[in-house]
Write a protein that binds this ligand. Structure first.
Ligand code: NZQ
Ligand code: ZN
Length: 392
């Protein structure tokens, strides 16, 4: 295991009716005037938005409001949020929604404490040293942004989707009421489950040895998602299954499962080019890319794929390691299909003729992508091409 530091001070308030505490939590973590940030309307349709405002009013927290965050959140709204936040002198950013809303809130929180262009954090890697405190009321189990250091934003002018991270961006609190996720359409539920699985895979597929504790934690999260996702697809109101998925989503990405090892992240970066170009749902893009990545790296480095097959998918050892690993990948693909996820370019509107462009953008300024197997441009193209030409 490698040396590591881990600082994850988010306060989680988990369970039925937890959103009732939002006003008190904003106050507890130093907020007196909040910027209330939300997405395209699901929180209004569910009545959550009005309830959150009521709880803020009851606690005497005033607020400015900014809605309209789109999935794959855009830089334009972040600039608007920074300006609005400064004009209203807010001291707290409250995100009510999913990963996109939380990521946009984190960008505003960091941007408000920075004199330059907030995009520097994403494009130039300028360190984020300060940010306003962020709190979240989570409505979808997926991105894990409720407990993570990260934010991912798309610059709509350049079509570049990039992430930035800092301990300063970990939410001060996250309210996680699984009931709030019961209104999710099955496709979003399944895309969220896929994203959770791949957050684990990015950590699991590592060449760092002697990491039994984090390997076992990773396997527990994967097995939970495999068990619970079909239950919520069949019965969207299943509170207990929703609860297990929601906590799995947090554990998958606050890095408790990833410390002490070199992580991969190739599938995510290869996918981000798809969401940037075609505005694909992130989890659906991952369902297309991650199995293609697994099939490609199998030849070069099967060892962790064998463990994945045996321990996660209960595959009996076959004649060769490659055969065992392949059976694991096939089981993963069948699972993705069974929950309604795509596996091919065609299903997400991606085009084979864009592969050169996707690869160029991905590798701009870099020799290789990923760590489990270091991928040069030709390797990345082969992964895209496999996803573009496979039959379902
Ligand atoms: O915008 P509204 O109307 O709220 O609708 C959303 C959106 O259309 C809807 N939704 C959310 N909760 C709902 C609901 N609909 C009905 N009932 C509910 N309870 O679901 C759609 C997707 O929402 P979004 O916030 O985009 O989902 P998700 O949490 O999957 O976030 C995706 C974004 O997170 C980034 C992705 O790249 C993508 O941009 N990621 C962020 C990470 C991080 N910050 O650590 C890590 C991830 O790897 C990921 O890259
Ligand atoms: Zn993700």
């Amino acid at each position: 295991m490698e040396n590591f530091t881990f600082y994850a001070p988010t306060y989680f308030d988990f369970g039925r009716n937890a959103e009732e505490h939002v006003g008190k939590l904003v106050r507890r973590f130093g907020g007196t005037k909040a910027l209330l940030h939300y997405g395209g309307g699901s929180v209004k349709r569910s009545g959550l938005y009005d309830r959150v405002k009521k709880y803020l009013d009851e606690e005497g927290i005033s607020y400015a409001e900014l809605g309209g965050v789109k999935p794959n959140p855009r830089s334009g709204l972040v600039y608007e949020g920074i300006e609005l936040g400064r004009k209203n002198e807010v001291d707290f950013i409250l995100a009510v929604g999913g990963g996109s809303t939380i990521d946009s809130a984190k960008a505003i929180a960091a941007g408000m404490c920075y004199d330059g262009d907030f995009w520097d954090f994403y494009d130039k890697g300028t360190p984020i040293e300060r940010a306003l405190p962020v709190g979240t009321v989570l409505t979808i189990a997926a991105a894990g942004s409720e407990g993570s250091t990260n934010t991912v934003i798309t610059n709509e002018k350049t079509g570049v989707k990039k992430g930035a991270g800092s301990d300063a961006l970990r939410p001060r609190f996250s309210i996680m009421n699984p009931e709030l996720t019961c209104t999710l359409p099955p496709y979003q539920t399944a895309a969220g489950a896929t994203d959770i699985m791949i957050h684990i895979c990015e950590r699991y597929f590592s060449n760092t040895e002697e990491v039994e504790i984090t390997d076992r934690l990773c396997e527990a999260v994967l097995k939970t998602i495999i068990h619970e996702t079909p239950r919520v697809i069949r019965d969207p109101g299943n509170y207990e299954a929703r609860a297990n998925i929601m906590w799995a989503g947090m554990l998958a990405h606050n890095n408790v499962c990833g410390v002490g090892r070199v992580q991969d992240w190739a599938s995510h970066h290869i996918e981000h080019e798809l969401s940037a170009l075609y505005d694909v749902t992130h989890g659906a893009g991952l369902a297309v890319i991650a199995p293609a990545w697994m099939r490609y790296v199998l030849g070069a480095n099967p060892h962790k794929l064998v463990q994945f097959a045996e321990r996660v998918w209960d595959i009996a050892p076959q004649q060769t390691d490659e055969q065992t690993a392949l059976k694991g990948i096939e089981a993963f693909e069948s699972f993705l299909k069974s929950i309604g996820m795509p596996l091919t370019f065609a299903e997400i509107g991606a085009k084979e003729q864009d592969i050169d462009r996707l690869t160029e953008k991905l590798l701009a300024g870099k020799e290789t992508e990923g760590n489990y197997v270091k991928l040069a441009a030709e390797d990345v193209k082969k992964i895209y091409r496999y996803a573009a030409t496979r039959n379902g």
